[in-house]
Design a protein around this ligand. Sequence first.
Ligand SMILES: Cc1ncc(COP(=O)(O)O)c(C=O)c1O
Length: 382
Amino acid sequence: MSSNADLTPIPLVDLQTQSRQIKADVLRRMGEVIDAARYILGQEVQEFEALFADYCGTDHCIGVANGTEAIHLALRALDIGPGDEVITAGNSFAATGFAIAHTGASPVFVDIDPVDFNIDVTQIENAITEKTKAIIPVHLFGQPARMKEIREIADRHHLRIIEDSAQGHGAEINGHRCGAFGDIGCFSFYPGKNLGAFGDGGATTTNDPELAEKLRLLRNYGQKQKNRHDLLAFNSRLDTIQACVLLSKMQHIEQWTEQRKTVAKWYREELADADLVLPQERGDVRHVYHLFVIRTPHRNELAESLAAKKIATGIHYPNPLSTATPLSDSPTVPMGLPVCRQIAEEILSLPMYPEMNREQVARVGAGVREFLAQKSQTVAMA
Ligand SMILES: Cc1ncc(COP(=O)(O)O)c(C=O)c1O
């Protein structure tokens, strides 16, 4: 039997292997930027914005400093602020709630659907008050939220939609890409995202030319021309150096997304008979598997058992967003977010990256099956 000490660790995300593939192209592009000293809003930013808008199927893309800022500026562009309420999902990264709170508006957290882990559309109308201005669905783990239902609700109540697509690059519903469903789409290019920079980066997407113009002003001190400030705005620009990385990666994004889907298929084969809940992919979507998240009541023990086999795992996220100290006064619908609470105890993210090979997935699969077999034996003997 091979000892665990001999095993090569399997990380949750492997950025080095991917970076090696594009390093030469990125360095060439960066060299041009350095030679021309076009660090701020250089031509590479515009090139990337055009490419990414086209990829999302929107008329405009505006590069910004990070995904949190994308959401924050989107809310500002829609004039959302103190006294307003914004509805979002109870299970997301803190940034979604923080961006809302930073405008002075109040986040209202709605529970999630246990099947796809996205905002429970049957609960959204219970959260709407006369103060509600917008809904921020999060395309969590790479599976789009139910945008048709969300659009119907938003139209009925005259609400705006901002998509948090930080985990949804290239995700689709009926062939239409995330980032094009709402008034504004928001993306993160944090290094570990499906499209990640070599540092922080983000973008907003929209089909509305006026919103696009306002977002451009909001990210750059309200300047249409130098030293003319038309709006109280921010410094929140996508670096030209990061645009170089993103331009290189855009050449591979579709292939990498398909590889993620293949890894997900291998996991399904490995874990077909295992006593746990696999991610459930809705029929009308393209799930881009930012994360591969399983559910089991034995989550903590499973994570420990995999760690002993040098297999890394993650929890996204260990607590409902409404429990974060700065957000703890926020309303929750239904009260206490029972589904969020339960799944927070049971979800486990397995290693997922495009370069994962069949053997690595088989090793994770065997590790999970072995743990579950031991568990069922212990239960049977008790
Ligand atoms: C769902 C979600 N929203 C927002 C963000 C914020 O993005 P960033 O880290 O680029 O600010 C992230 C990622 O970190 C995220 O996963």
